[in-house]
Design a protein around this ligand. Structure first.
Ligand code: DC
Length: 205
């Protein structure tokens, strides 16, 4: 069974995808991490994330980079969003994601274009979303807990920018597949959102 979990930043899709992987005992690929690794590699190379050539060169990042804690930062998330607009980058990362999706036994993949581009043949497609305010508040709480000083307004602005770029790019924009089930987590607790997703997979598969 292939489960595609797409959605915007801070929607809860990562939490939901890992809960689904644990529940259905499937391997999980957080595809955002691949784009984050490319963004980070461009930075380490001293390149320009908006330059298609620099971004493409960074796609041959070493696998060890996937364990770099810097990949989880907001800065790297912004770089990832910028390198992800280049069609060459998306193409370079395609085979790896497709091979993961089609491995025997199935898989869970979370990202932006899993249900539309990487695995349009997925058995279940979920599109996880939430209001900008709800997402900003969650991200703010996470950052407070990590001791990162920031304001709710700055986070909301960053989320809006990321949404615009991810939804507005020409190649594989963030959009719900026509056959995706949309789960809005704005007013759901973490446990309720996970339960809704597990139910959706059971019904959809
Ligand atoms: O899910 P994330 O925040 O780790 O993703 C970081 C960026 O990577 C996101 O803003 C856009 C890009 N991305 C993408 O274009 N396609 C994916 N399947 C996953 C992420």
């Amino acid at each position: 069974m292939i489960i595609a979990v797409d959605g915007p930043t801070a929607s809860g899709k990562g939490t939901i995808a890992s809960a689904l992987a644990a529940h259905f005992e499937l391997p999980l690929l957080d595809t955002g991490l691949l784009y984050r690794a490319v963004g980070r590699q461009v930075f380490l190379d001293g390149g320009d994330p908006d330059d298609a050539g620099d971004a493409l060169a960074a796609c041959s990042f070493p696998d060890s980079l996937l364990n770099d804690p810097h990949l989880r930062t907001e800065e790297t998330g912004g770089l990832a969003s910028r390198v992800s607009v280049h069609p060459g980058v998306r193409q370079a990362l395609f085979d790896r994601q497709r091979a993961f999706a089609t491995q025997p036994g199935g898989a869970v993949l979370d990202g932006r274009d899993i249900g539309t581009v990487i695995a349009p043949d997925a058995d279940v497609k979920l599109f996880i979303t939430a209001s900008v305010d709800a997402r900003a508040e969650r991200r703010w709480k996470e950052m407070q807990a990590r001791g990162v000083a920031t304001t709710l307004d700055d986070i909301a602005l960053d989320i809006r920018r990321r949404d615009e770029r991810d939804m507005g790019r020409k190649d594989a924009p963030l959009v719900a597949a026509p056959d995706a089930l949309v789960i809005d987590t704005s007013d759901l607790s973490r446990d309720d959102a996970i339960a809704a997703a597990i139910d959706a997979v059971k019904i959809g598969s």
